[in-house]
Design a protein around this ligand. Structure first.
Ligand code: HEC
Ligand code: HEC
Length: 219
């Protein structure tokens, strides 16, 4: 009988202790989860972006500014449709990766659904000037060439029609990549998606390319 009482009271003590622990644990979990839920609405989910861009981020960065790999193009703030178009052009060989075969290999093994998410993500990243040094006289010359041959498609970032423009933003792109891309179109290593752009590139020479590169670094 005595034993029984002892047993009962100790059981109920354990039960009380457990209930108390649960209450504490719950309070702790609520206190711990509440601020992190608030954080998620305040800042983008960096973990999700890092997971999504793994495989691309080594070269283009999570933010698309390619700060760690100066040979890779800046893809932040490029319209999502162009990012998808470019990725499929590398997949089907219309664009070739001459100095970075890993780029083409990586996109070959990326699913269509993931490409769509990656395009949305990189399109929503902020793009600014490249901050590369440029020659003012060359930039002025480049501005004129641009206005005559390129400006109807590659509009300036503050143009009200920028979202519907045919051309993609060229400011903020590094000179080394612009020279390479323009030369690739001219040499036929990239198919032009638009014949109209191919015609314009036929009439510009190496000096014009240099002037344009300086102009795109200036804004
Ligand atoms: C090993 C480095 C590397 C990796 C990994 C990589 N890229 Fe690239 N990316 C490049 C280089 C270099 C180019 C330019 C290739 C060329 O045209 O020769 C490029 C070009 C591009 C372009 C075209 C940019 C433009 O201005 O038209 C897009 C879009 C792009 N990459 C997206 C991606 C995505 C999405 C992934 C991941 C699935 C990825 N890249 C993985 C290096 C890389
Ligand atoms: C008729 C519209 C049009 C004209 C004119 C045009 N472009 Fe383009 N440009 C495009 C489109 C669309 C693309 C992307 C599709 C592609 O890769 O072919 C592009 C791509 C580019 C790229 C590649 C950028 C990258 O990140 O890979 C460069 C560089 C470029 N254009 C520069 C120029 C220059 C310089 C001129 C003038 C001499 C010019 N374009 C004239 C529409 C145009």
């Amino acid at each position: 009988m005595r034993n029984q009482t002892v047993l009962n009271s100790s059981t109920s003590l354990t039960a009380q202790g457990l209930a108390c622990c649960w209450a504490l644990l719950c309070m702790f979990l609520i206190a711990w989860s509440a601020p992190s839920a608030a954080n998620e609405t305040a800042v983008p989910d960096v973990g999700w972006a890092a997971t999504l861009t793994s495989g691309c981020a080594d070269c283009h960065g999570v933010d698309g500014l390619a700060r760690e790999n100066l040979d890779a193009p800046v893809i932040a703030g490029m319209p999502a449709a162009h990012i998808e178009e470019a990725v499929y052009a590398y997949k089907d060989g219309a664009r070739q990766c001459r100095y970075e075969p890993l780029m083409c290999e990586t996109v070959l093994h990326t699913s269509d659904a993931r490409i769509a998410d990656l395009a949305e993500h990189y399109a929503s990243q902020r793009r600014g000037p490249s901050n590369e040094p440029y020659d003012t006289a060359l930039a002025t010359k480049g501005e004129k060439i641009h206005a005559e041959h390129c400006g109807q498609c590659h509009v300036s970032p503050d143009d009200p029609e920028v979202a519907d423009a045919l051309g993609i933003p060229l400011h903020g792109q590094r000179g080394v990549y612009l020279r390479y891309a323009l030369q690739s179109y001219k040499d036929g290593r990239r198919e032009n998606l638009l014949e109209a752009m191919g015609e314009k590139l036929n009439v510009i020479g190496p000096d014009d390319i240099e002037a344009l590169v300086n102009y795109y670094a200036s804004y």
